[in-house]
Structure formats: structure tokens, C-alpha cells
Design a protein around this ligand. Structure first.
Ligand code: HEM
Ligand code: NAG
Ligand code: NAG
Length: 317
């Protein structure tokens, strides 16, 4: 009897010790990460805004793959482009799926591409998007619309520059999604294939593209604006390039893009702002388009931020 009790006690002690060990050391089978508290996990360490700064700090401390918990939910934070390519490109089939987010479901944000798990519906939505945005010809078909929208944007900026943020929002809201929606609706009606379900899917896809395409594009435009205001010497160089190549009696068009390399470097630097890799981008806090100049093709490809910022693997559009 006494032996039985002490065995029970030993088991209990072992369990307590194991729990204590886990709390003190973190679960040894998970990647390194910040120490978490019971129940809330690491929530208390995250600021309300600019999570990415905390992630960056953790990256320096714990490396490219970090384990944390938000309340009871385990999360893996990938903090290195190399790791992201290794996991999300090369093992895309394993890591590009989506978890279920109960809160989003409660909000009705279901059956939308960003949340869709792999399967028939995912493939269909992807195909619809690829048909609309993937081919050079398809992209070219947007150019008249983009040209017209840009003229409207420019004249709004001239007449009320202080409202630039509103103009950016209006401009980006009015392009990609309505056009894709129109094409899909037409196709379905032409084939006599419009059903309530198809209509619902097209509506959800349009909503997703609107949501995915507006804030991102507005942020890009606003970042560009901020960078130009804070770096007048960059702005001046860009203007000189445009004056030299285009002159002052017309606006630049798509066909001038190749002839405006400095402008291209500015755009890359705007995109680059999201990454702070000191090896690839020395003095990452400084806005310096020149970092992209005078590189060989491979060098330029290696540090092209567009390889990173649109995501990895199968999902990015
Ligand atoms: C500077 C602009 C943009 C940036 C930085 C950006 C970035 C991203 C990133 C990081 C993802 C996540 C990919 C993943 O799940 O791994 C994504 C997804 C997506 N983006 Fe963008 N994006 C931009 C513009 C746009 C635009 C203009 C559109 C539409 C016209 C768009 C449509 C989408 C869609 C539909 C998805 C979801 C794909 C899926 O979950 O399968 N994005 N984007
Ligand atoms: C930083 O960039 C270098 C050179 O492109 C690359 O080898 C390295 O993996 C990058 N580091 C991170 C943390 O992404
Ligand atoms: C994907 O995951 C499965 C198990 O879930 C594993 O057997 C397989 O090796 C993984 N593949 C890659 C490329 O990581």
C-alpha cells in the first residue's frame, strides 16, 4: 500500500516537474521562441501596433523560425527570406494551406480565396484570377483603364493635393475588381451557366480582390509619397530623369518604363521598405534607390524585393 502511494506520488511529481520544465524551458520539441505565460501565451509581449518590429527583435534573438503562442493557439513566425523560400516555396504543398479562423467565419468571411483550403473551389478561384491577371495580354488589356484612372488621379492631385490619401483610395478602388467581375459574369451568362451558387462565388472573389488589392496598393502609393517628401534629393533626381527622357509636353506612358531606370529603382526601394535584411540591403533604415543601380542581372534578381513581398508558394497572386 505504502509502495503504491509513493509510486502515485512519484508519478505526480514527475508530471509536475515536466510541466515546470516546459514552463521554464519551453516545449523542447518546438522551435525556439520567447517564454510564454500560462493561458495568454505571448500575447502580453506583442504591442498593439507594429507587430513586425517585435517579430524582428525576436528574429535577432531566436533565429529564422520562432515559436510563440497567442492564448492557446501555437504560431510559427518565419523571420527569414531563406527559411520562407525553403518552407513555403519548396514545400509549398505542405505549407500553403489555411487554418480555420473561427472569428472570420462568424463574420461571414468564408468561401473566400484567402481562407479557402486546398480543393476544387480553391483551384477554381485561382484559375479565375490567373485568367484575369496572369498573362501579359490580360495585363495589357488593363492599360487603357489604368491610363485613364491615372489621368484622373493626377488632376485630382493638382487641384487638391492635401487630400492625396483620398485620391489614392478612390483611384485603387476603381480598377481591377469590377473588371474581373464583369468578365466572369459575362462568361457565365453567355454559357447559360449562371446559377445562384456561381453568382455567390463571383461576388466573394470580387470582394476578396477588392480587399486584397486596395489597402496594399494605397499603402504603396502613400509610402512612395512619404519617401519623396522625406528625401527631396531622390525626388529631384527622378524629376530630372523624367524631364530628360519625356520632356515637358506629354505624360509618361507604359512604353517609357524601360527608359526610366532610376524611377524603377525608386519603386523597388518603396517595396524594399518592408524588409530590413542588412546583408542584402546595407543601412536598411535609409531610403536609397541607388542600392539597386549598377548590378548584374543575377545580383539584381537576388535582392529584388518583389521576390519576397507578394508572398511565397502557391497562393500569392
Ligand atoms: C503592393 C501591393 C501588394 C502586395 C505587397 C501584396 C502582397 C500579398 C501577400 C504577401 C499575399 C499573401 C500570399 C500568401 O498567402 O502567402 C497576398 C495575397 C493575395 N493578393 Fe496581394 N499584394 C499586393 C497587391 C495585390 C493586388 C493589386 C491584388 C488584386 C488585384 C492582390 C490580390 C491578392 C489575392 C487575391 C491574394 C490571396 C491569394 C490566396 O490566398 O490564395 N494583391 N498579397
Ligand atoms: C539576407 O540576405 C542574404 C543575401 O541575399 C541572404 O543570404 C540571407 O539569407 C538573408 N537573411 C535573412 C534573414 O533573410
Ligand atoms: C509533407 O508532409 C508530410 C506529412 O504531413 C511529409 O510526409 C512530407 O515529407 C512533407 N513533404 C515535404 C516536401 O515537406
Amino acid at each position: 500500500m505504502g509502495g503504491f502511494v509513493s509510486l502515485g506520488f512519484a508519478v505526480l511529481l514527475a508530471l509536475v516537474l515536466r510541466q515546470l520544465y516546459r514552463v521554464l524551458r519551453g516545449n523542447p520539441r518546438t522551435p525556439p521562441g520567447p517564454r510564454s505565460l500560462p493561458f495568454i501565451g505571448n500575447v502580453h509581449q506583442l504591442p498593439m501596433e507594429f507587430h513586425e518590429r517585435k517579430f524582428f527583435e525576436w528574429g535577432r534573438q531566436y533565429g529564422g523560425i520562432i515559436y510563440a503562442t497567442l492564448f492557446q493557439t501555437p504560431v510559427i513566425i518565419v523571420n527569414s527570406a531563406e527559411v520562407a523560400h525553403d518552407l513555403m516555396d519548396k514545400r509549398s504543398a505542405n505549407y500553403s494551406d489555411r487554418p480555420v479562423f473561427p472569428l472570420l467565419e462568424l463574420m461571414g468571411w468564408t468561401n473566400v480565396l484567402t481562407q479557402l483550403r486546398y480543393g476544387e473551389q480553391f483551384r477554381k478561384h485561382r484559375k479565375w484570377i490567373q485568367d484575369a491577371f496572369q498573362s501579359k495580354a490580360a495585363l495589357k488589356s488593363f492599360q487603357p483603364l489604368q491610363r485613364r484612372e491615372t489621368s484622373i488621379l493626377l488632376s485630382s492631385l493638382v487641384s487638391s493635393p492635401e487630400a492625396f490619401a483620398d485620391h489614392f483610395r478612390r483611384d485603387t478602388a476603381g480598377t481591377a475588381a469590377p473588371s474581373l467581375t464583369g468578365t466572369l459574369l459575362e462568361e457565365h451568362y453567355a454559357r447559360g451557366g449562371m446559377t445562384a451558387q456561381a453568382e455567390d462565388e463571383i461576388r466573394r472573389l470580387s470582394g476578396t480582390i477588392y480587399a486584397a488589392g486596395t489597402d496594399t496598393t494605397v499603402t504603396g502609393l502613400r509610402t512612395f509619397m512619404l519617401a519623396m517628401v522625406r528625401n527631396p534629393e531622390v525626388f529631384k533626381k527622378a524629376q530630372q530623369e523624367i524631364d530628360k527622357v519625356i520632356g515637358s509636353d506629354r505624360l509618361p506612358g507604359f512604353e517609357d518604363r524601360e527608359a526610366l531606370p532610376y524611377l524603377d529603382c525608386i519603386l523597388k526601394e518603396v517595396y524594399r521598405g518592408m524588409t530590413r535584411n542588412e546583408t542584402a540591403y546595407p543601412n536598411p533604415e535609409v531610403f536609397r534607390p541607388e542600392r539597386f543601380m549598377g548590378l548584374t542581372g543575377t545580383e539584381a534578381d537576388d535582392i529584388d524585393p518583389r521576390r519576397i513581398i507578394f508572398g511565397f508558394g502557391r497562393r500569392p497572386v
